[in-house]
Design a protein around this ligand. Structure first.
Ligand code: DAH
Length: 343
């Protein structure tokens, strides 16, 4: 190929490459008249010049196409704002790009979450600190720290889901007790008390039916001081239930076994007439008791100096009674007809 053809080709290459960088639609450059003129030129060349010039023009076109594709990809990537999929939905998205379909006026708070907020609110006003429970924990927090020795049959009562590497999807919010006690220990040392709740999702590998779900919510309470008594516990729980249901309630307890309390009790309320109670109908609302000395000791709290009470129960059941919901499975069903009743 003679020098003037080579020079010409190079000048068109430079021209089009520069144009590509500045063009709003780089693909347009592939249809540039200068490129078309090069193809037209092939036909009028000496036969000996045609093949090498034709190949050179083709390879210019191929390299321009590659550049166009690369520029398009770069621009696309720059256009899409990076998104942290684990962050709250609107984090990192500038206000004008937030999808309007997700604003809260298009939906409503799930009834369980709304009621959970109420529960937390009542205990907060009573002076309890609140902690969200974990959705993955270890054997020590779920069992060991709560006085369930290895191989203890009471472990079998919990139908726990486990991961292949031995972690547990907690079957109760008691899984937070040890952490709460550890964190609160300092307060005891300066004459204070521990008053905390932990709330959150819990999981059990059991057959589901109208009163059993594999995923549900619990609230746990822990109170420790120099002088806590079972009477304080009953007063606290009665106060909570009366506030939550907005009326005076009859309560009673019956003995129950949980390795982390001694004595252990079940706490019952009489189903009130306003919630369809016929009188004399007792409902088990939660498990409770005086914290077992071994549990305090494991958290470095001297059981000879301090005593405490704890309780834990399901939120779903609380809400079902309040609204006369007959099937616990509605909560996790995502059925709009059900959810809209609470919107
Ligand atoms: N963690 C128990 C359960 O889910 C409930 C419970 C019973 C919690 C007694 C307590 C307690 O804190 O003292 O079956």
């Amino acid at each position: 190929m003679n020098d003037s053809l080579t020079d010409h080709l190079n000048s068109v290459r430079t021209l089009l490459t520069d144009r590509l960088a500045g063009s709003a639609d780089p693909r347009e450059v592939l249809r540039a008249p200068e490129l078309k003129a090069l193809y037209d030129q092939i036909r009028v060349l000496e036969p000996s010049e045609r093949a090498p010039f034709g190949q050179a023009v083709n390879s210019l076109k191929v390299s321009l196409e590659k550049r166009v594709t690369a520029i398009e990809a770069e621009r696309l990537a720059a256009d899409v704002e990076s998104l942290d999929v684990t962050a709250p939905w609107d984090a990192g998205i500038s206000a004008d790009k937030r999808p309007t379909v997700l604003t809260s006026d298009h939906g409503s708070v799930h009834p369980l979450m709304r009621e959970l907020e109420r529960v937390i609110d009542i205990f907060t006003r009573m002076g309890f600190q609140s902690y969200e429970s974990r959705q993955l924990d270890d054997d020590f927090h779920m069992f060991g720290s709560l006085n369930f020795p290895e191989g203890h049959p009471a472990r079998d009562g919990y139908d726990t889901f486990r991961t292949t590497d031995g972690l547990i999807a907690p079957a109760h919010t008691s899984t937070m007790q040890h952490r709460i006690l550890l964190e609160g220990r300092e307060k005891l040392e300066v004459g204070g008390q521990i008053a905390a709740i932990s709330y959150g999702r819990v999981f059990r590998n059991e057959d589901i039916d109208p009163t059993h779900e594999h995923t549900f919510y619990q609230v746990e309470g822990v109170f420790v001081s120099k002088a806590a008594t079972l009477g304080d516990m009953l007063g606290t729980l009665r106060g909570f239930f009366q506030t939550y249901y907005g009326q005076t309630l009859r309560i009673k307890t019956q003995p129950a076994y949980f390795p982390f309390v001694e004595p252990g009790l079940e706490f019952l309320i009489e189903k009130p007439a306003s919630l369809d109670g016929k009188g004399g109908e007792w409902l088990e609302m939660l498990g409770c008791g005086m914290i077992h000395p071994n549990v305090l000791e494991q958290a470095g709290i001297d059981p000879m100096q301090y005593r405490g009470f704890a309780w834990g129960g399901g939120v779903d059941r609380l809400v079902m009674l309040k609204y006369g919901i007959e099937d616990v499975r509605h909560f996790e069903s995502g059925k709009l007809a059900f959810l809209k009743e609470f919107a």
